[in-house]
Design a protein around this ligand. Structure first.
Ligand code: DX5
Ligand code: ZN
Length: 215
């Protein structure tokens, strides 16, 4: 069964306790938290103070997706607000190997996200050292966008690469994921599904998480 990570970007920010209830009382496994700085991506979301407030109420895993420049400057800060998995963008990391090491030194799992245009082959020399690869299946910055079909090819290629050097790799798909493509994504080799609008925009978010989990 895939890991389901609802993205709080699609939740009502005036009612985040409701979003917490949905994650905690459903078959969701992780919170997916999208941090945007208005520089790496053309949007600003939320940051450390909001995640710190959420931390007091959560039992499940915090999967933090940093869409910011120079993510290495904030590794300790995200550890301090309860982050379990910290993902940085390949495109924002000049010294990716060093950043991955620093994340793990803080006791977190390390993730690397790839924009739609970034080939998975660029991870050849880092794949053994990372815990998670987040394949962006939309251009990052906004929820509710259309899934990019080419992602299936990237999943298959990444799965093939991971089988050799890192068979336990989390292959996470982020953007445009819902009941219409979840099964196909898992069949292709994805084992973590991020879902924003398909969960928080649903009539029954808890039932939607269950349906995604049991595809
Ligand atoms: C986009 C974010 C996603 C976003 C996905 O930049 O990384 O996590 O919340 O939203 P949906 O599931 O609505 O495409
Ligand atoms: Zn994300």
């Amino acid at each position: 069964m895939p890991i389901i990570a609802p993205s709080l970007l699609a939740a009502d920010f005036a009612n985040l306790s409701n979003a917490i209830d949905i994650v905690e009382n459903s078959q969701a496994d992780w919170y997916h938290l999208d941090v945007m700085d208005g520089v790496f991506v053309p949007n600003i979301s939320f940051g450390l103070p909001v995640i710190s407030s959420l931390q007091k109420h959560k039992k499940k895993v915090f999967d933090v997706h940093l869409m910011i420049v120079q993510p290495e400057r904030y590794i300790k800060d995200f550890k301090n607000v309860g982050t379990d998995i910290l993902t940085v963008h390949y495109e924002a990391s000049t010294h990716l190997h060093r950043t991955i090491g620093a994340i793990k030194e803080e006791g977190m799992k390390a993730g690397v996200a790839l924009n739609p245009h970034t080939p998975v082959s660029l991870l050849k020399d880092t794949l053994a050292d990372i815990d998670l690869v987040c394949l962006m299946s939309v251009n990052p910055g906004f929820g509710g966008q259309k899934f990019i079909e080419h992602t299936y090819n990237k999943i298959s290629e990444l799965k093939r690469m991971a089988q050799e050097v890192n068979p336990n790799l989390f292959i996470e798909i982020d953007g445009g994921v819902g009941l219409g493509n979840a099964k196909q994504l898992v069949d292709a080799g994805a084992n973590v599904l991020v879902a924003g609008s398909s969960v928080f925009g649903a009539q029954d978010p808890i039932a939607t998480v269950a349906a995604l989990k049991n595809v």
